[in-house]
Design a protein around this ligand. Sequence first.
Ligand code: GLA
Length: 673
Amino acid sequence: MTVFPWPALDGIAYGGDYNPEQWPRDVWDEDVALMRDAGVSLVSVGIFSWAALEPSEGSFDLAWLDELLDLLHANGIAVDLGTPTASPPAWFFAAYPEARVVAADGTVLGFGSRGMASHAAPEYRTAIARVAGQLAHRYADHPAVVMWHVHNEYGVPVGEDFSPRSVAAWRVWLQRRHGSLDALNAAWGTAFWGQTFHDWEHVVAPAAMPSVPNPAMRLDWARYTDEQLRECFRIERDAIRAHASQPITTNFMAHQSWNTDLWTWAQEVDVVSDDHYLWSPDSDAQVGLALAADLTRSVAGGRPWMLMEHSTSAVNWQGVNVAKRPGEMERNAMAHLARGADAVMFFQWRASRSGAEKFHSAMLPHAGPRSRVFREVVTLGDHVGRLAELRGSRVRAEVAVLYDWESLWAQDLEWRPSDALGFRERVRAYYERLWRDGVTVDFAHPEHDLSGYRLVVAPASYLLTAEGAANLTRYVDGGGTLLVSCFAAVVDEHDAVHPGGFGAPLRDALGVAVEEFLPLRTGETCVVDLDGEVLEADVWSEHLVVDGAEVRGTYRGGPADGMPAVTRHAHGAGAGWYVSTRLGVGALAPVLAAVYRDAGIEPGGQPEGLEVVTRHGDDADYVFAVNHRAEPAALDVVGMELLSGKPVDGEFEIPAGDVAVFRTTQRPQGGGR
Ligand code: GLA
């Protein structure tokens, strides 16, 4: 197995955020005793502790942290040591009011909540380097500290900053990116609406404006914000690295992140980690969980990653915060492990009595250790302990789903042909179809090497560079099967329509041209006749002109009545499919079935709702079976069920809502071409 940076821990890490500065000292002893009962091996400490660590500028009080780390170490609990820079203390904002973040509407964001200061403020940059360096200097050799956790969830609750200093930094960034004002004017298309700049000092940020800001400016602003946040990360990482050698991470938020392009961020960390919370209004939130986990593993380049936060039960920040039902936490945790996580961590260890998150669940809830949640936490700790041997094993996929943050930034701007066609919605719909079909997927960037996949799905490639399109065309040429969803390859990296019209860069691969978008009114539907099967569509249709492709589905009704809706084009040794409308998860089933046949993919075949994923180790494979159904489900396996320690030879029944993990030496199907 290849060697990669990983905290010095045995087995799968188990634990959560630990904020003992909120509690009297005697509670710490109870905490560590209960952590031991629960099998906790790792806790994240200090993430919001700046005010306690540096009570006044430049003067540090680390005695309490010394004591805490010693206590944890004495109890065999390792530490993921946080830098507290997502929550600067009161003294910082009092001393440097100009370092406060300014929102797009000009509101200056004040102290009394949490959130970083301006990423462009020199005082903030100095202060984060100082506190991170101080911690690293002190704890580089502390035996409890096995890794470093920089900041918390870059990009939320604040990422964008419209303060004068940020706007000045933006102009410098633009000069670097575009070289000259002429180049900037050309890239942004400022001849439109008379926006041409003749002086760098006149270049503005996309703050509040009378009408829609220049979209290319918005897109560059997203890139600028992302890079500024990453610079702040690097300042802290390098301050730590000057003293300490343990792996360094920062916690991502995969499919929920907006300001951070995680393909790039993943290159900067030693270990990828992710936070994931179920979205209560979504009754199939386990699908969103699987998507986030696969996306995290993919940005990590397939390497193991850490689930840094999830919840034991309800969160507190959604409109209605639904509690997890018995067994749900275990299913969630195991689904993350199935998709490549080698750590199961929660926010947080002990529920806070005060503050904004007192209604957030915890490993140790307000109800105390004699509670359902704590009992399940103890059981999960035991189960995680039994899975130590699968650490480092990998998930393999034959299908890649394209995911590009630049396309997300661009597609979700204002004044598109239809607000109802969103990036995340389309990614989720295609992903959910694959999930329900039991097909394991990786995510990939359009410019990645895709040659190892039998099928590449592009659910939301509104922005596709000429290089990305050429890569996809080469992929098809070389024998791959490509499935592209509507509103694709419309604009380039400046949000300018591709020369030749919508979708032009993919014309060779798909054999179609898009003449006009024909969105549907809210509530309006149309029908696609796919080889005699009737599929309901909504939101979107297109006037498609066939240029070599074979028509597989035709519109019936709606603005595109009688026109081609779904096409397949043989190109080189492969094929390019195009779906020009919005199909729901159900309507996508026959389309995907045809595409799987074309690509030579055999879907899992398990009953829908039984999530089966395999991790491949050096000597064995590990098959996770997570039963989300209300009925039992059976699986054919030969090997050992690791949670019960029982040998299995043939059909194994997984009760409703339960999880099984098998070690098997009989390799199930899978693997790249
Ligand atoms: C985020 C934060 C945590 C906590 C949780 C609550 O993930 O990182 O500090 O606020 O949300 O769900």
